[in-house]
Ligand binder design. Structure first.
Ligand code: ASP
Ligand code: MG
Length: 406
């Protein structure tokens, strides 16, 4: 008998009706002869509500107590799903993070799992139960309740599937992974099969499909993922190891991020270690710096430009201005509201000309490129945010993605 892990996101368990739907779906899967493990998120909006409560009673709640509060969202979901299955005449049992147990390191609010036990789960499955487990929750060896960071249920589901050597279905409110955000590109097409690596690059390039760490984990343990809708019963997107056909597609998706800011430091003297000195304070403040580009002018002075999320702009500017003074650099310039537009595809490894086609497409629209970075399977450019939607649409067409995939 195969074990199937079915992970449901917040919108899939948002209401009593949706929860009954989940229960029914799991029962149908079980009736087909599978053992079923459900991993669920909190009801949609619930984690935010709980965080809001913590901040309503305390200016700066400790991370330990915050985890005690926010971990309850998933506790509600598992109890409700199991109760709904019972109501339909099925057998089910919920187990909380500490009952499984899912062991984590001791970092509150962004724990990493260190071990997932399967004994309790397997015992419950072998008694004919659908086993309903919370995403997001864990416990330290000392018995402290921890959570895995926002969006962590995906990572829980993949870890549990890996431990059980099970298939993993990720149920969400979209039909799968698309060649671009369908709200931005009406012609965006569902991708039938994509590699872990491409999905990771897409996630880092702004596509909000799954928590990045969950995809990393799936790749590491080779857990095939099927990302699909809990609202429509249609085949979604399979995420697997690379296959030879995948490389025949030059670009598989166009993604974009919004509201990034670009900071540039001019006239940095040509001495070893200055750039490190510039970036160290930001690393220490946990500011995520992206798209770093250095250029050197004829006098041997260099400029460094990089992007940060808008939420980090103020702090990043402050640190950069101080840093620039310290290292004897020139002025610091900022461009708010830029967008990172990326083309991702395994085929880039073996096809030439992707970058040129991208640059020509943007040039034809008179869109100015402020920075460029590349990885083996991704090209990203920074452009003015106001033109991002237009750029994404044009690139989607230019790379032949408007037609349904075969
Ligand atoms: N409930 C948690 C959150 O909203 C975990 C998850 O849904 O993945 O971030
Ligand atoms: Mg989620």
């Amino acid at each position: 008998m195969t074990i199937i892990v079915q992970k449901f996101g917040g919108t899939s368990v948002a209401t009593p009706e949706r929860i009954r739907h989940v229960a029914e779906h799991a029962l149908i899967t079980q009736a087909k002869g599978h053992q079923v493990v459900i991993v669920t998120s909190a009801m949609s909006g619930e984690t935010d509500r709980l965080l809001g409560l913590a901040h309503a009673v305390a200016k700066d709640p400790t991370t330990r107590e915050t985890d005690v509060v926010v971990s309850t969202g998933e506790q509600v979901s598992v109890g409700l799903i199991a109760a709904a299955i019972h109501d339909m005449g099925g057998k089910a049992i919920s187990l909380l993070g500490f009952q499984i147990p899912i062991l984590t390191d001791g970092v509150f609010m962004k724990s990493r799992m260190t071990a997932v036990s399967t004994d309790a789960i397997t015992a419950a499955l072998n008694k004919g139960n659908i086993v309903v487990l919370p995403g997001f929750q864990g416990i330290t060896p000392q018995g402290e309740i921890t959570t895995l960071g926002r969006g962590g249920s995906d990572t829980s589901a993949v870890a549990i599937a890996a431990a059980l050597k099970a298939d993993c279905e990720i149920y969400t409110d979209v039909d799968g992974v698309y060649s671009a955000d369908p709200r931005m590109v009406p012609n965006a097409q569902k991708i039938h099969r994509i590699s872990y690596e491409e999905l990771m690059e897409m996630a880092s390039a702004g596509a909000k499909v799954m928590q990045m760490r969950s995809v990393e984990l799936a790749a590491k343990y080779n857990v095939p993922l099927h990302i699909r809708s809990s609202f429509h019963n249609v085949e979604g997107t399979w995420v697997t190891d690379e296959t030879p056909e995948m490389e025949s597609v030059m670009v598989s998706s166009i993604t974009s991020t919004m509201h990034e800011s670009r900071i540039a430091v001019r006239d940095i003297p040509d001495r070893c270690g200055l750039v490190a000195q510039l970036f160290e304070p930001m690393a220490n403040s946990n500011i995520n710096v992206d798209m770093i580009v250095q250029t050197v002018n004829t006098e041997g002075l260099s400029s460094v430009a990089f992007t940060v999320g808008k939420e980090d702009l103020k702090k990043a500017m402050q640190l950069t201005e101080n840093g620039a003074k310290e290292i004897g650099a020139g002025r610091v310039e900022v461009a708010g509201d830029v967008s990172k537009v990326s083309a991702v595809g395994l085929g880039m490894r073996s096809h030439a000309g992707v970058a040129v086609r991208m640059f020509k497409t943007l040039a034809a629209l008179n869109i100015n490129i402020q920075s460029i970075t590349t990885s083996e399977i991704k090209i990203s450019v920074i452009i003015e945010m106001a033109r991002a939607a237009e750029a994404v649409k044009a690139l989607h067409t230019a790379f032949g993605l408007d037609k349904p995939q075969t």
